[in-house]
Design a protein around this ligand. Structure first.
Ligand code: GLR
Ligand code: MG
Length: 424
């Protein structure tokens, strides 16, 4: 079997004005959709970062993969490594909130984008679900958590009419956001994206969530925007309210000190983003839970390796997300189904994406009782909707955004906004 066609299509889809430690989401999020086809007519799909540097590497790889056997993942990796080495990709602003966009992640990020498509094609050829190529499903329902954001009602100079979630800045508004998301998707745990309003207010929102949803595991994620002192002070206020405390303060040293001083379980997708950081983190006990993300951890199989390493070193495993569509959601679900020690509900931004902006046939995937179901359909069980793909590609061409920059977007609201960390 040989690969005869590779397409890499950048797309843009509407993204709400969600607040975070860097600033605010732009009106459109970028992704790239990958489709490969073999000489015997099988198709494999992938989804990855659509920021300019990531896209440039993916596009350079396109022609080099023609003729490759889709089972030859080692050759894929070698081609990716050689291409990235010849390129010296530029660093990306705002990369810490989308670690896969960072130059140092170029190999693992590009490899992952194509690895998923190769595995999807292999599984279609073998007529088995992709998870079977990862050792088989340990669970066929993968739990996700309600991912709450502080947000404005609409974008500044919005190019489209406001989303229907409304503003969420107060405790009552955050509780209402949670109630709506839980009602719609059946989530059984809650994550609050923080690091944006005053820390005491964000902690008060956790307390309000605890009261409104007794028994729900809760997480707060200030994305390293709290100083060590602030993170300790907030830990005292939080007591044992949290399932885990995600990236409250920056750096491996800061997190290690925070854990020493509070004993709280710390999780991260910021200070442990590759195996070198993993080793350094273990040496100083910086974190107790690692958020995996196949998009920058080097694909589905390397995510399994990460989970194994977590098991060996007594760490928990959870899963990170960035704004994404259904191909990513399904890839996340398949690897999560094959990781025995994935002890926590995964993150997903999926509820924030609009129902008319999916690239797979049948529209948005269902999340029921907080879970994505793994079926026996071959591969990821998805088919590309080429009309929708063309529509979102046109939107990419006209939206004017080529690289995510939440700082620059916030400067449109507040002219003196700067990328300061920690801000509180
Ligand atoms: O857990 C996280 O750190 C994220 O989900 C990072 C994202 O970039 C999030 O902060 C966002 O979408 O603004
Ligand atoms: Mg995080």
């Amino acid at each position: 079997m040989k690969i005869t066609r590779v397409s890499v299509t950048p797309i843009a889809f509407r993204d709400p004005p969600l607040l975070n430690a860097s600033g605010i989401h732009e009106p459109f999020a970028l992704r790239s959709i990958i489709e490969i086809e073999s000489d015997n007519g099988y198709i494999g799909l992938g989804e990855s970062y659509g920021d300019a540097p990531a896209l440039a590497i993916q596009q350079q790889l396109q022609s080099q993969l023609i003729g490759l056997d889709p089972f030859n993942l080692n050759q894929l990796r070698a081609i990716v490594q050689a291409t990235v080495a010849a390129n010296k990709p530029a660093s990306v602003a705002g990369a810490e909130l989308a670690p896969g966009s960072h130059a140092s992640k170029a190999v693992s990020n590009a490899y992952s984008a194509f690895e998923v498509a190769f595995l999807d094609l292999q599984a279609h050829y073998l007529n088995v679900p992709l998870v079977d190529l990862l050792g088989g499903a340990i669970r066929d329902e993968v739990p996700f958590s309600a991912y709450l954001f502080f947000k404005y009602a609409e974008h500044i100079d919005s190019p489209y009419k406001p989303d229907n979630w409304g503003e969420a800045l107060s405790e009552q508004q955050i509780v209402a956001q949670a109630a709506r998301m839980i009602e719609a998707y059946g989530f059984k745990s809650i994550k609050l994206k923080a690091g944006t309003l005053l820390p005491e207010h964000e902690v008060a929102c956790i307390k309000a969530l605890k009261k409104a949803f007794p028994g729900f595991p809760l997480r707060i994620d200030p994305n390293g925007n709290w100083s060590l002192e602030t993170a300790i002070r907030m830990a005292e206020l939080l007591g044992d309210d949290l399932q885990y405390y995600e990236d409250p303060t920056p750096g491996l040293d800061g997190m290690a000190e925070l854990h020493k001083r509070t004993g709280l379980p710390l999780a991260t997708n910021m200070v442990v983003t590759d195996f070198d950081e993993f080793r350094r983190s273990v040496a100083q006990n910086s974190v107790q839970i690692v958020l995996a993300d196949h998009h920058y951890w080097g694909g589905l199989r390397d995510t399994q390796t990460l989970a194994k390493m977590c098991d060996v070193f007594g760490l928990g495993v959870s899963m990170h997300s960035n704004s994404h569509l259904g191909i990513s959601l399904m890839a996340m679900a398949h690897v999560a189904a094959a990781v025995p020690n994935l002890d926590y509900a995964c993150d997903t931004h999926y509820p924030w994406q609009e129902p008319d902006e999916e690239v797979i046939k049948g529209g948005k995937l269902p999340i029921v009782d907080g879970c994505v179901k793994i079926t026996r359909a071959p591969g990821l069980g998805l088919e590309l909707d080429h009309e929708q793909l063309a529509k979102l590609h046109d939107q990419y061409l006209t939206c004017g955004i080529r690289q995510r920059d939440d700082v620059r977007q916030m400067q449109r609201y507040k002219a003196d906004w700067r990328a300061v960390k920690p801000r509180f």
